[in-house]
Write a protein that binds this ligand. Structure first.
Ligand code: 5GP
Length: 481
């Protein structure tokens, strides 16, 4: 269905206004994705940014797409519609049948039919892309295409500006100190989009960070350490900056003797810039870290069961805080009883309750599954206190088939609480057998076995600070032949 140029024009005006709103990049991109999808009468839109090494496409804004579709993993830039990154427009009429689509089964499950993608070009080079999705097969009009290209141009300017802002913010605190010491001179900064690492170990480290979904910048800035008059006589450029953790990391895979010199520089840096967090990772620290993820010289000695990280620690913390905010608003002025089922819920419960601004009490139950297929539930530890007449929030780690939760809700309602709602961190909706109502959901997860952040496999992995997907072969090995 074609729309008039007039409505595209007013949508573009909206997009430009949002882009200039001064909100953070993600919030702005989400709003642009919404306006764009609506203007094109599409069901979804996704704005993607190419990572620094041009290997992955990272989602920076979305509208109308389910969590499962988004979290099917970072898109491999070489496999996922690579023509777009070569500067071409790509149109797919039926995503479920087109071999150019990386996850056709997900497209089918999520009801995506047509996709239109255009590159976001910065100085003539693709730095990201915008994709439009529709549920019904559809051909896009010329006006739709040129509208999308205009939105891509707005995004290009926004991406460049966000990078610049990031650099300015990184440099701000330290440059303030330097100015106070009346030795101000412009800070040299290196590019945010390196294609070549100075050392192979840095590339390995970047892989580990990508595995963890931890954002990183390579050599984003240098810290002057000594001045001769107005000239910088010595400076230090840490290898990485991790914005979410606000930490600079310097790798030292060189001889031990050279570490002493780096330590001297680090001491000086900490004295001159006390607000800056910087860590030195020695070869031993680094090798151990790599081994945990199957990389490096020790990597083969240990079988790591996690296939990939689904949600990083920082992502989980942000989501838990947002859920707690909603719950606090919904129950404002009330007292709340939180009930968790041991042991999977322990990390989630601990974090969630700390962010609730309500008077709360906490109680736990324990259950065991028995019966041939393990689907019959038995309560092995019941509540300590009565919940009759109280507002109860059942806190769950993951809802899969819904059988456990359904049984527990039946058990709790028999105690006639004033209200009974459910908050689950993870919702594996694709496997639902019983339609239990979920009032608060952290993330919708794909049909895979997940571990970490309290969730176990045979008692292990609960201590991982992230949620990862267990290597499927570990579970398959257990199935009868
Ligand atoms: P349901 O009764 O909804 O099928 O199962 C819920 C329970 O199954 C959860 O409380 C959890 O113990 C377990 N479960 C289901 N899916 C997963 C998963 O992906 N990872 C882990 N660790 N446990 C799961």
């Amino acid at each position: 269905m074609a729309r008039s140029r007039g409505s595209h024009y007013s949508a573009l005006r909206r997009v430009a206004r949002v882009a200039n709103s001064g909100f953070g990049l993600r919030k702005t991109c989400n709003a642009i994705a919404k306006s764009t999808a609506r203007a094109m009468q599409a069901n979804g839109c996704r704005i993607l940014s190419l990572n620094a090494r041009r290997e992955y496409l990272i989602t920076v804004g979305t509208y109308g797409l389910s969590d499962v579709y988004l979290k099917k993993g970072a898109l491999d830039a070489r496999k996922s519609l690579p023509d777009i990154l070569e500067g071409k427009e790509v149109f797919i009429e039926d995503a479920t049948k087109d071999e150019r689509v990386q996850h056709p089964q997900v497209a089918l499950a999520q009801g995506v039919a047509s996709i239109l993608g255009v590159p976001i070009l910065g100085k003539g080079e693709a730095i990201g892309e915008i994709r439009i999705y529709t549920r019904e097969p559809r051909r896009f009009s010329e006006a739709d295409r040129s509208f999308l290209l205009s939105v891509a141009n707005v995004c290009a300017v926004m991406f460049e500006r966000a990078e610049l802002q990031q650099l300015l913010e990184l440099g701000y605190r330290a440059s303030e100190r330097r100015r106070k010491a009346s030795r101000a001179s412009p800070l040299p900064v290196t590019t945010l989009r390196p294609t070549v690492f100075a050392h192979p170990s840095e590339e390995d480290f970047a892989k580990v960070l990508d595995f963890y979904c931890i954002e990183w910048l390579y050599e984003p800035r240098s810290f002057p350490l000594k001045w001769e008059g107005d000239k910088i006589a010595e400076m230090f450029t840490p290898d990485f900056y991790l914005p979410e953790l606000d930490i600079y990391v310097e790798l030292t895979t060189l001889k031990q003797s050279l570490i002493t010199e780096k330590n001297r520089k680090l001491r000086q840096l900490r004295e001159l810039y006390p607000d800056v967090n910087v860590r030195l990772l020695t070869k031993t620290d680094f090798t151990k870290l790599l081994a945990k993820y199957g990389y490096g010289p020790l990597g083969e000695a240990k079988v790591e069961g996690v296939d990939r990280v689904l949600y990083s620690h920082a992502q989980i913390q942000r989501r838990v805080k947002a859920l707690a905010g909603r719950i606090s608003r919904d129950y404002a002025g009330e007292r709340l009883v939180l009930i968790g089922v041991l042991k999977g819920v322990l990390c989630f419960m601990a974090d969630l309750m700390q962010h609730l601004s309500l008077p709360v009490t906490v109680d736990f139950m324990a259950i065991s599954h028995y019966g041939g297929d393990g689907q019959v539930v038995k309560i092995t530890r019941d509540l300590d206190s009565t919940i009759t007449g109280q507002h109860v929030l059942m806190v769950e780690d993951i809802v899969d088939t819904g059988m456990t939760l359904n049984y527990l809700l039946g058990h709790l309602s028999a105690h006639t609480p004033a209200s009974l709602r459910v908050c689950t961190l993870l919702d594996k909706r694709a496997r639902r057998l019983i339609n239990v109502p979920l009032d608060y959901v952290g993330f919708e997860v794909p049909d895979e076995f997940v571990v970490g952040y309290g969730l176990d496999y045979k008692g292990e992995y609960r201590n991982l600070p992230f949620i990862g997907i267990l290597r499927p072969e570990l579970i398959k090995d257990e199935e009868p032949a």
